[in-house]
Design a protein around this ligand. Structure first.
Ligand code: AMP
Length: 206
């Protein structure tokens, strides 16, 4: 089974994906995490991607498609795609290599996600996501790693990323709606109920 998480930056894709992974045997494929790991290692791909990421723009399609194809070759299947596809071009490329069973669409508006992004903290060691509204410490509860603020988690880049999402990624909702596989969840107030509902929906086969 392959799932796609759609939703603007800050909607809670990473957090919900981590919850869902506890319930279902899914291989979490986050193109944002993959790019951040390339940047951390200082690879050519990482250096090239950084320019786009810091400006809130999308990394070119072919770079992302090649990276995902390579990663999928090493996957055992049952993939949860987080942050991919982000354009119709990427969705068409994915159609050729994997069958998508469900698209989880997280609906939320700009002001909510920008506020969430500006108070987001990430664990440098395990990638766990925190928010200063409900977590006040500077270390990760799970592994003790130091928490940091992503370079692209500031208000102006967050607004730019939201606009890019609306322009280039939101059309995918219609793309997958035509296949009848979109399930929409409102995450304006909370994301905590979504993993359970998605797991129940998948188990009931609807
Ligand atoms: P994320 O962690 O998913 O918010 O991604 C962080 C940044 O990485 C995005 O703002 C883009 O610059 C880049 N990125 C991640 N996934 C993709 C993708 N599928 N296509 C193009 N750029 C991406």
């Amino acid at each position: 089974m392959n799932l796609i998480f759609l939703g603007p930056p800050g909607a809670g894709k990473g957090t919900i994906a981590a919850e869902l992974k506890k319930k279902l045997p899914l291989d979490h494929l986050s193109t944002g995490d993959m790019l951040r790991s390339e940047m951390k290692e200082g690879t050519e791909l990482g250096k090239m991607a950084k320019g786009y990421i810091d400006e809130g723009k999308l990394v070119p399609d072919q770079v992302i498609i090649d990276m995902v194809e390579k990663r999928l070759a090493a996957s055992s299947g049952n993939v949860l795609f987080d942050g991919f596809p982000r354009t119709v071009e990427q969705a068409k490329a994915l159609d050729k290599i994997a069958k998508i069973d469900a698209v989880i669409n997280l609906a939320v508006d700009a002001d909510v996600v920008v506020a969430r992004i500006c108070s987001r903290r990430i664990c440098r060691d395990c990638g766990a996501v925190y928010n200063t509204n409900w977590h006040s410490g500077e270390t990760c509860d799970a592994c003790g790693g130091a928490l940091y603020i992503r370079d692209d988690d500031n208000e102006s880049t967050a607004r730019k990323r939201f606009d890019v999402y609306m322009e280039q990624t939101a059309p995918l909702i219609e793309y997958y709606d035509k296949q009848g596989i979109v399930h929409t969840y409102d995450v304006s107030e909370s994301t905590s109920y979504v993993a359970e509902e998605v797991a129940a929906m998948l188990e009931s086969g609807k």
